[in-house]
Design a protein around this ligand. Structure first.
Ligand code: CMP
Length: 129
């Protein structure tokens, strides 16, 4: 959970800057290769992450409520690294790139949580891949 450890006032400040989005099962939320402009948090439902390295899409993760995605392209400015599809009908909270980067700068606990998410994904990567 990316908001774990935030104080209630920080949490309120963050939530205030986010908007709600709904997606139907099967919707493409992020497309690999596109430019990134938003960061997402899953409130309800599940999203799957697919990576295509030229040999067809491969599922690398199933994300559940409390988990987030879309941070990578905002942090390094490169295209989206993967496609994210709504695996079920989903309710998401989204935040713009600008606000996401400001949150990282102004909220060390939030920044640390995002680092934990990235670290966990790195550890779980298939060493043979
Ligand atoms: P971004 O590259 O902005 O857009 C696609 C997102 O999918 C990426 O950010 C991560 O949030 C997520 N993602 C990419 N690779 C993985 C992975 N191996 N496991 C889980 N999530 C991933």
């Amino acid at each position: 959970p990316v908001f774990k450890g935030l104080t209630p006032s920080t949490l309120a400040a963050v939530a205030d800057k986010m908007w709600a989005e709904q997606h139907l099962a099967g919707d493409e939320i992020i497309r690999q290769g596109d430019a990134g402009d938003r960061f997402y948090l899953i409130r309800h439902g599940e999203a799957e992450v697919l990576v295509d390295e030229g040999d067809g899409p491969r599922r690398v993760a199933l994300l559940t409520p409390g988990m987030c995605f879309g941070e990578m392209a905002l942090i390094d400015g490169l295209p989206r690294s993967a496609t994210a599809l709504a695996a079920t009908d989903c309710k998401l909270a989204a935040v713009s790139e600008k606000r996401f980067l400001r949150l990282i700068e102004q909220t060390p606990r939030f920044a640390l949580q995002v680092m934990r998410v990235i670290t966990e994904r790195l550890r779980r990567r298939d060493p043979a891949a």
